[in-house]
Design a protein around this ligand. Structure first.
Ligand code: 4AD
Ligand code: MG
Length: 505
């Protein structure tokens, strides 16, 4: 077939209304009836319903359409018509189809697949609607991040990925062999960025970072993307304001650009609309009081009761469905539907049982929370769920935080740092601090931590030559995307997730 009209994209189809256009894409779905074939084409920009009428299209085109298989690639030509009920608002009334590659047995079918299977087929799963919506939101988040800093006078400075020493604690370093010398993958760009801040004022770095996290949690990847601003002359209070504006800007951009994606994911959009200034501000000590107090207890008791009730309900429902599925005279279609529903409910059940089992432990951790300990994942979840907007937790005990954080002169037990907890139980998405800018205090702290000073001589130089108050923070892209999308697990927010026990594909 010779191509009759220029290639249009689904998201721009409106421009061709009433005229002939050609789409180049893949078969997302095809439904064949005796008179019409309904073909849904995916081209990366959206989904378009294409209609091939037996009476309207040439017979060989109708036959070709009826034999199309999922994820075959093709060019399809037809009249663009306005159709309110169609996914993108337009429909293609097809006059010609050219199959470019006919796919046989595409592994991901419209039926339900478990996460193991889907992640093993991540390279193909990508094409489905849910990952597409998430990847689009991730794109917006990253663009909003760059814009925010570029528009606010920050200069981008790329920091190295090969790092000869730890930035965030030795336990999570990935070692690599660098021509026979030990070397590590960067956990943060911060230390290098501090030198850039003292050179250029307001700077940021943005890149992949690596942590050998052995914990298999919903919040940890071994490779994740972090953006880190660093500001000369900034004190803690100013950092909080920058972080607040920054988060609001990101959420606003996603609300503006990705509303249909959020809705497709079932995200409570109203919850995102409530992300306005000012965020809550708690000190670590206040957070500790909340954890030990009645509100935390009430919250978890409520979870326990609700969880147990839902478990009973699910057991009953699965049992009923099993009985119906294996009962006499059941239709094949109904049987398949039931099987899928049972699979989904079993998955929910397993997850919920695991959650409920952990609640008493989380209650105990919270009730006996000791001043001096870092907030754990379950503690963060409690604090963030008790607030409907993000919460800054500031002034942590110095013993649970990194060596570079500035000691507070008013209360030397704490440092001038903050974590930002996202609402709805998502926990920490930003960690930041004012930096120790006094040479003697920094050396004393490094000695306490038994850190060798030699690898850090260059870093100490920043305190020897024109030291100034300064600070910054790091935002984890994947945790932010998980929160904005309302996802249970961080692994869906990155193209090819790297976790302990998952590196394929
Ligand atoms: O709190 P963190 O460790 O802070 C730093 O690395 C500082 N050097 C940042 C700075 O002040 N410039 O990490 C910052 C953020 C966390 O709040 C979290 O969002 C994300 O990075 N993060 C992770 N995301 C996914 N998987 C992991 N294993 C993560 N570890 C940290
Ligand atoms: Mg942190």
């Amino acid at each position: 077939m010779s191509q009759t009209s220029p290639i249009a994209t689904v998201n721009q189809l409106g421009r061709h209304e009433g005229r002939t256009a050609t789409l180049a894409g893949w078969v997302y779905n095809v439904r064949v009836t005796s008179k019409v074939v309904f073909l849904v084409v995916r081209d990366g920009s959206g989904l378009c319903q294409c209609v091939i009428g037996k009476d309207a299209a040439p017979p060989e085109v109708f036959d070709r359409a009826a034999r199309l298989t999922q994820e075959s690639s093709l060019r399809v030509t037809g009249q663009v018509q306005r159709e309110e009920r169609a996914p993108g608002g337009y429909e293609l009334h097809v006059s010609d189809i050219e199959v470019v590659h006919a796919t046989v047995d595409y592994p991901i079918t419209p039926k339900a697949h478990g996460p193991e299977f889907l992640f093993k087929h991540r390279h193909l799963w990508f094409r489905s609607r849910r990952p597409t919506a998430i990847m689009r939101i991730r794109h917006t988040v990253i663009d909003a991040i760059r814009r925010f800093f570029n528009d606010h006078g920050f200069m981008l400075v790329d920091t190295p990925i090969f790092a000869p020493s730890a930035g965030e604690g030795a336990q999570t370093l990935f070692a690599v062999d660098y021509f026979g010398e030990p070397m590590y993958l960067a956990q943060t760009g911060q230390l290098y960025l501090e030198s850039a801040a003292l050179a250029y004022g307001k700077v940021y770095c943005f890149g992949p970072t690596f942590r050998a996290e052995k914990s298999k949690t919903r919040r940890h990847l071994t490779e994740f993307w972090m953006v880190e601003p660093e500001i000369a002359w900034a004190r803690l209070e100013e950092l909080l304001e920058v972080a607040e504006d920054f988060i609001v800007a990101i959420v606003q951009r996603v609300l503006h650009d990705n509303r249909p994606d959020l809705e497709f994911l079932g995200r409570d959009v109203a919850g995102l609309e409530r992300i306005v200034k000012p965020f809550y501000r708690l000190t670590y000590s206040q957070a500790a009081d909340i954890l030990r107090g009645p509100k935390a207890r009430e919250l978890l008791n409520g979870d326990l009761a609700a969880g147990q009730a839902r478990i009973t309900e699910l057991h009953k429902s699965v049992e009923d469905k099993e009985n119906e599925r294996t009962g006499p005279g059941i239709k094949k279609h109904r049987q398949e539907t039931l099987a899928q529903e049972i699979l989904a409910q079993r998955e929910e059940l397993a997850e919920l049982e695991e959650q409920v089992k952990n609640i008493p432990h989380h209650m105990e951790l919270a009730a006996n929370f000791e001043w001096g300990k870092d907030l754990g994942g379950s503690d963060e979840t409690i604090i963030s769920r008790l607030h409907d907007r993000p919460v800054f937790v500031t002034h942590y005990p110095r013993e649970c935080k990194a060596f570079y954080m500035k000691r507070d002169h008013e209360d030397p037990r704490v440092v001038r740092n903050f974590d930002l907890l996202a609402p709805d139980g998502y926990g920490e998405i930003i960690g930041g601090s004012q930096r120790e800018d006094e040479l003697d205090a920094l050396l004393a702290r490094m000695a306490e931590e038994k850190m060798a000073t030699e690898p850090y001589e260059w870093y100490l130089d920043l305190r020897r030559y024109g030291s100034v108050p300064h600070g910054g923070f790091g935002l984890g892209v994947e945790r932010t995307v998980a929160w904005i999308c309302g996802l249970k697990h961080i692994r869906e927010t990155i193209a090819f997730p790297r976790l302990m026990g998952r590196v394929y594909p």
